[in-house]
Design a protein around this ligand. Structure first.
Ligand code: MG
Ligand code: MG
Length: 265
């Protein structure tokens, strides 16, 4: 079977199932993201949770990536490797999770706060999440891909934030990364026309300062050139006749945050 970028309703249902497991995996760690915890501890919990649910962590072994979660604190944009360094008060941490279940992938990322975080950093997280929902709102039959991209960029520009250009969203299905690429910058009315059945991982990566990034020598981590914080939120979204359908969910995360008295941005 080929890598058809337009999915049937049955295929979308399977991607929804995978994306739901991603959402619940986030939920399994959300209440534990606190000062003192290590990203490796959280990674282990996520891996166990995924395997207990008869699925496979999508990132582990992908191009040689060693872990289940990409965990990128503070100035790390994406693709951070979990380690034994405890998170500390005032950190932010982008957690990206993907699973493979029933031959289909799901992919979703959320940036968490660790204890009390600076107001300007909270604003970065809030705006990045808003830019994701602005983009999702443009993921409609008849719109163009550039409309989705532009929505992220224009929200970020309002706050003079840097929009990362080297890394982009993507189609999702039988492969973790399918066509089309979904940049977080672009022009309205440009790019491919969006059709029913397209499933996209839309994932704004927004920097407080410069848009410029640097690739670390570990072969994975991407950091901001100026060392300022970067935020990342991602949903897997299906384009349906009735409108955009978010297949992943932040509900499990935010339920846990609420229970733990952590502010939802
Ligand atoms: Mg992801
Ligand atoms: Mg992705």
């Amino acid at each position: 079977m080929g890598k058809e970028i337009y999915k049937t309703n049955e295929e979308i249902e399977l991607i929804r199932e995978s994306s739901l497991l991603v959402a619940k995996t986030h939920g399994a760690i959300a209440g534990l993201v606190k000062p003192g915890v290590t990203t490796l501890e959280l990674d282990k919990i996520a891996e166990e949770y995924i395997r207990d649910n008869n699925a496979v962590p999508a990132f582990k072994g992908y191009g040689g990536f060693p872990n289940t979660l990409c965990m990128s604190p503070n100035e790390e944009v994406v693709h951070g490797i979990p380690n034994q360094k405890p998170l500390k008060e005032g950190d932010i941490i982008s957690v990206d999770c993907g699973v493979l279940k029933n031959d289909f992938y799901g992919d979703s990322a959320y940036t968490y706060t660790v204890g009390e975080v600076a107001e300007e950093t909270k604003q970065l997280l809030k705006v990045t999440k808003e830019s994701l929902y602005d983009a999702i709102d443009q993921a409609r039959v008849g719109n163009r891909l550039g409309d989705v991209s532009y929505a992220v960029q224009s929200k970020a520009k309002e706050y003079n934030y840097g929009v990362v250009r080297e890394l982009v969203g993507h189609g999702v299905g039988r492969s973790l990364h399918e066509e089309p690429k979904v940049p977080n910058y672009g022009y309205r009315g440009r790019g491919i026309q969006l059709k029913e059945g397209l499933v996209l991982a839309i994932e704004p990566m927004i920097n407080m300062g410069t848009q410029k990034v640097r690739f670390l020598r570990d072969g994975w981590s991407v950091v901001t050139q100026d060392g300022k914080p970067s935020a990342h939120f991602e949903h897997t979204v299906a384009i349906m006749k009735s409108g955009p359908k978010v297949l992943s969910s932040f509900a499990f995360i935010e339920e846990e945050l609420k229970k733990n008295g952590i502010e939802i941005l």
